[in-house]
Write a protein that binds this ligand. Structure first.
Ligand code: SF4
Length: 250
């Protein structure tokens, strides 16, 4: 039987600076339930892609880079794909990473279907959740990702109930996620329903860097004619969220 401490991994970034605080070892795991039209990690979707890696191997690598990861600040982020699809591996990895006095960070689309002891075990060893909210309107969310946003919103509420620190990540895609009404819905949700746990809202401009991967799969990239948002548009969105909803923006 395959050990539960082996996972399918797409890639690893040993000195990541954008997926959580400090310098981090970032693991991009295989498998995702969403099919975001702007996905820049198209190669992570399949559960059978990537390569198998075991925890011992990964820990040896993390320890060889300890010089870069500041204790209690830098650490390890699991991303994807959707890391919770390989939950037993992530729990064990995080447990061992915490023994090294490094912080643990879960980057997730929040599509959690089961609330059970395994999920709680994961959250017990997670210092920070980077929660991707793709769209506040359910229909638009489904059009953009292929699935409802209900699971993600419920997970956000659960994290807040447990007071697990969160950074909300929101990708601004012109014509898809930048409607003012949607930004207000985001501000209202964060400031009224999950305020206690949210440390920052990360506003991320859409980019086209992963577009080539779709071509490699022989697939059409639906956002072919969408350009990244302007600096002014990003500023306007940040201003709405900070001034009207008093949120800390990154
Ligand atoms: S959740 Fe992330 S990995 Fe999954 S399809 Fe969306 S952007 Fe891609």
């Amino acid at each position: 039987m395959k050990s539960k401490y082996v996972a399918r991994i797409q890639s690893i970034e040993t000195c990541g600076a954008v997926d959580g605080p400090g310098i981090r070892y970032v693991v991009f795991m295989q498998g995702c339930q969403f099919r975001c039209r702007y996905c820049h990690n198209r190669d992570t979707w399949s559960m059978s892609g990537g390569k198998e890696k075991n925890i011992a191997e990964m820990l040896r690598e993390i320890q060889s880079y300890l010089f870069f990861y500041k204790p209690n600040s830098g650490g390890v982020t699991v991303s994807g794909g959707e890391a919770t699809l390989q939950m037993p591996f992530v729990i064990n990895l995080f447990q061992q990473v915490k023994q090294l006095n490094l912080t643990t960070c879960l980057d997730t689309n929040g599509c959690i279907l089961r609330y059970n002891s395994e999920l709680d075990e994961l959250l017990n060893v997670t210092d920070l959740v980077l929660l991707d909210l793709k769209h506040m309107d359910e229909k638009q969310h489904t059009l953009l990702t292929g699935l409802t946003n209900r699971y993600t919103l419920d997970f956000a509420r659960y994290l807040n109930k447990r007071r697990i620190p969160m950074w909300i990540r929101y990708v601004v895609v012109p014509g898809w996620t930048d409607q003012e009404s949607n930004i207000h819905a985001l501000g209202k949700f964060v400031s009224t329903e999950i305020r206690e746990s949210v440390e920052y809202v990360d506003i991320l401009p859409y980019h086209e860097l992963g577009k080539y991967k779709w071509a490699q799969y022989g697939e059409k990239y639906d956002l072919e004619n969408v350009s990244p948002p302007s600096a002014d548009e990003i500023k306007k969105i940040k201003t709405i969220l900070s001034k009207e909803y008093h949120l800390k923006i990154r």
